[in-house]
Design a binder for this molecule. Structure first.
Ligand code: ISL
Ligand code: CA
Length: 549
């Protein structure tokens, strides 16, 4: 197993719009992030993944890029960006950008030219058809083809109609994208998180999909197209291989038996991927607002199977939330009675498993879902489209509101809660989206002042991981696979062994064969560690044991 800095890193995802507003316009910006670099350094993370800050009309809040080489006005200037990058590097941290090249904004110069006429040199930068060729649906509901009145033809958009898909079959598209990537890498950026990179090769026969469930459409129709590996190997050869960087692909629709094609060390494509098998478990055929029951044993199994499928010849990432999913303490923990304990338990999982961990902004505070009382409080285009579709289909929008409160992306996009001042210290103005009312109880200032806080637990876990290479490169084996409350596993190498016990439940949990002879407990949710009852874990109790071999 080759040692690499990006295998040893802990990533922290920043959604700039909701991180810190420095100029009172209610929208987070680059200067705001600069103000918080010491906070991030105190946490102990080393790679910052910056969600898009490129010029955009914000139809999908930056994932619809209008100019790849311009900073969106509300985030600041290119000088601000350079100051941020310098500040990150001065603190020994790294910064990776969000590379969104499956699609652009419809206001991008390439698309404005492409739609002008059928003979425009940019016409084939996108997919145009004289008639709507198939029944493909957008990730955000509705047809994936939009008729454009300029030439009367239809163009493909797997996301919103303002996010036309780029035609990667066209070598000119690839050349322009590689040039843009080098522009950022030559500025000193340390790599990319690649948005929906598994979708860039289209099945250009554009046949109808016969799959019902959206997860099947994602995997078999949109993702893993015939040339996706050719494109990634070319990107690697022409750009990525020339820099000492980290690359992580957002691999929607990639199943574990295809993962090594993307991240195998011999593949020269990507270093790792974010996969979504655990993140889509509770989404029914209709997607996230069509929820189904999930199963804890299956949740554990997904991690064990992905470790087995990838870790010998490639590398995994480990995450439980990001800007597209509900807050992990609300989704996988207990965000009321055991909020702190379950937040620490989930932190223990992502920071002791095998794979590069990714912490989403606010998870280190145990921030929770928000449940706004009305649709008007929500901002996400995915929610707006879902409401329109429900009303059109004559379904009860109040039922949808319940699902939106539980499963929507805006749960992760409420402003960071810095202190107990107005708007949680996120802005002196009016926030673009309401602050979660629980900021008086949950905020960075209170966390920093409390040695027993979630924040300092993350800090100690990150130090533990850095101090013990076995937690990075060691082997992994799940134990008690069929236990309905306990997630237990071992990490080991020739020098050390760690055992982790996580009680994912509101009840106590009996455990057999607690490690003895030579093992000592190195960390636990502080609340319970004073009097750990030898053979029983309390609700949401997490324990880590270790011994030198
Ligand atoms: O939110 C989802 C749809 O239910 C996710 O499946 C998400 O759209 C998918 O994982 C792709 O996400 C990425 O691409 C989107 C953007 O909206 C997301 O924010 C980004 O993470 C289009 O660029
Ligand atoms: Ca601002």
């Amino acid at each position: 197993m080759k040692k690499r800095w990006w295998k040893e890193a802990v990533i922290y995802e920043i959604y700039p719009r909701s991180f810190k507003d420095s100029n009172g316009d209610g929208v987070g910006d680059l200067q705001g992030i600069i103000q918080k670099l010491d906070y991030l350094q105190d946490l102990g993370v080393d790679v910052l993944w910056l969600c898009p800050v490129y010029d955009s009309p914000n139809d999908d809040y930056g994932y619809d890029i209008r100019d790849y080489r311009k900073i969106i006005k509300e985030a600041g200037s290119m000088d601000d960006f350079d100051e941020l990058l310098d500040g990150v590097h001065k603190r020994g941290m790294k910064l990776i950008m969000d590379l969104v090249v499956n699609h652009t904004s419809d206001e991008h110069e390439w698309f404005r030219k492409s739609r002008q006429s059928k003979s425009n040199p940019y016409r084939d930068y996108y997919f145009w058809k004289p008639e709507k060729p198939n029944n493909w649906q957008s990730f955000f509901g509705g047809d994936a083809w939009e008729n454009d009145d300029k030439t009367g033809e239809w163009y493909l958009h797997l996301f919103t109609r303002k996010q036309p898909d780029l035609n990667w079959e066209n070598p000119d598209v690839r050349i322009d994208i590689y040039k843009m990537m080098r522009y950022w890498l030559d500025k000193g950026v340390d790599g990319f998180r690649m948005d929906v990179i598994s979708l860039i090769s289209k099945r250009t026969d554009f046949k109808d999909t016969t799959y019902e469930a959206f997860s099947d459409v994602m995997e078999h129709v949109y993702a893993n197209g015939p040339r996706v590996h050719a494109f990634l190997q070319e990107m690697n050869q022409k750009v990525l291989s020339q820099y000492d960087i980290m690359t992580v692909g957002e691999a929607v629709g990639v199943p574990k038996d295809q993962a090594l094609l993307y991240v195998g060390e011999d593949r020269n494509e990507l270093h790792m991927i974010f996969h979504f098998e655990h993140m889509h478990m509770d989404a029914g055929p209709g997607g996230r607002f069509d929820p189904i029951e999930t199963d804890f044993i299956r949740f554990k199994k997904i991690f064990t199977e992905w470790d087995k499928a990838v870790s010998q010849k490639g590398w995994n990432s480990i995450f439980l939330d990001n800007h597209d999913y509900p807050r992990m303490v609300s989704r996988f923990g207990n965000d009321s009675e055991y909020r702190k304990e379950s937040a620490k338990l989930l932190a223990t999982m992502i920071l002791t498993m095998r794979g590069t961990p990714c912490i989403y902004q606010g998870s280190e505070l145990g921030m929770t879902n928000v449940a706004y009382p009305q649709f008007e409080d929500y901002r996400d285009v995915e929610i707006k489209n879902a409401k329109e579709a429900w009303v059109k289909a004559g379904k009860d929008p109040d039922e949808l509101l319940g699902y939106v409160q539980k499963y929507s992306r805006d749960n992760a996009r409420t402003p960071m809660q810095w202190n107990r001042d107005k708007h949680a210290g996120f802005t002196d103005g009016t926030p673009w989206i309401n602050v979660n009312p629980n900021y008086m109880e949950i905020n960075a200032e209170s966390e920093l002042d409390d040695a027993d806080s979630v924040f300092w637990f993350y800090n100690r876990l990150i130090s533990l991981r850095k101090k013990h290479p076995v937690l990075i490169y060691g082997d992994f084996e799940q134990t008690d696979n069929d236990h309905t409350q306990l997630f237990a596993y071992r990490r080991w190498n020739e020098a050390e062994e760690f055992r982790v016990y996580l009680n994912f439940s509101d009840e106590t949990c009996d455990i057999e064969n607690l490690p003895k002879n030579g093992f000592e407990m190195v960390m636990a949710n502080q609340l319970y560690s004073e009097s750990p009852e030898e053979d029983r874990l309390l609700p949401w109790e997490a324990r880590i044991y270790s011994k030198s071999v």
